[in-house]
Design a protein around this ligand. Structure first.
Ligand code: PGA
Length: 251
């Protein structure tokens, strides 16, 4: 049975003090989530990671929004895996669509990051999803399949068993335009099939999240889909009341 996961992606939001306040306020929510066998997490900015990690409930997942694949070196502006581990951070998003579109994050780069993360026993949350043009041309599955296959190239079953995949149609991120639950389930089931072809039965243990304009009002419908194991939430994860609403509505 896959454990449900609610992960907030704060993107470039919250000053350190605001992130800290949220982390402290979320303490009882983690207790509540634990009772219902749900994992809760947030992905703050790099600057906020240390304090959030220090202040939150020890069972709260604290993820980086990105990471470099090299441990150190001449990569101005980048942060490496050992730097995250120094603060106890063991999760990182990879290939979020905003990074794919603004920072030229290719499937190949995602693959290098995921390989480096699994080597260090970290948990990658690998984000995939098609653009509006691709969706309109009926290319969703072709695009998502290539993202999964190329992003996870050369990995073996043992290495992907803790992986999380997030399906986020680019046209629904931050737009208020939700993918229907039928689309979410269809694509998440398809992703699981691709994972099964690549890695066998371990695909049944890999958590697949839906993301894109998820709110307290619609989260329950997504999480009722058999192949949707949780949600990656941007806007609606920023305020503690809304974050609590997301949790309450999946309990
Ligand atoms: P959104 O963002 O919930 O604001 O649409 C989701 C994401 O980018 O992960």
């Amino acid at each position: 049975m896959r454990k449900k996961l609610l992960l907030g992606n704060w993107k470039m939001n919250k000053l350190v003090a605001e992130a800290e306040d949220f982390g402290v306020a979320a303490f009882p929510l983690v207790e509540k989530a634990l009772v219902h066998n749900i994992d809760l997490g947030v992905a703050p900015t790099y600057l906020s990671l240390p304090i959030v990690k220090q202040k939150v409930h020890p069972k709260m997942i604290v993820a980086a929004q990105n990471v470099h694949f090299q441990p150190s070196g001449p990569y101005t502006g980048e942060i490496s895996i050992p730097m995250l581990k120094e603060f106890g951070i063991t999760w990182a998003l990879v290939g979020h669509s905003e990074r794919r579109s603004y920072d030229n994050e290719t499937n190949e780069k995602c693959n290098a990051k995921i390989k480096a993360l699994v080597l260090e026993k970290m948990v990658p949350v690998y984000c995939v999803g098609e653009t509006l043009a691709e969706f309109e041309q009926g290319l969703t599955k072709a695009v998502v399949s290539a993202q999964v296959r190329e992003g996870l190239k050369d990995l073996v079953a043992e290495e992907v068993k803790n992986l999380v995949v997030a399906y986020e149609p680019v046209w629904s991120i931050g737009t208020g335009k939700n993918a229907s639950t039928e689309i979410a389930e269809d694509v998440c089931r398809f992703i699981r099939e691709v994972l099964k072809n690549l890695f066998g039965e371990v695909a049944e243990d890999i958590r697949i999240l839906y993301g894109g304009s998820v709110k307290p009002e619609n989260i329950k419908a997504y999480l009722s889909c058999p192949n949707v194991d949780g949600a990656l939430v941007g806007g609606a994860s920023l305020k503690i009341d809304s974050y609590e609403g997301l949790l309450n509505n999946i309990i």
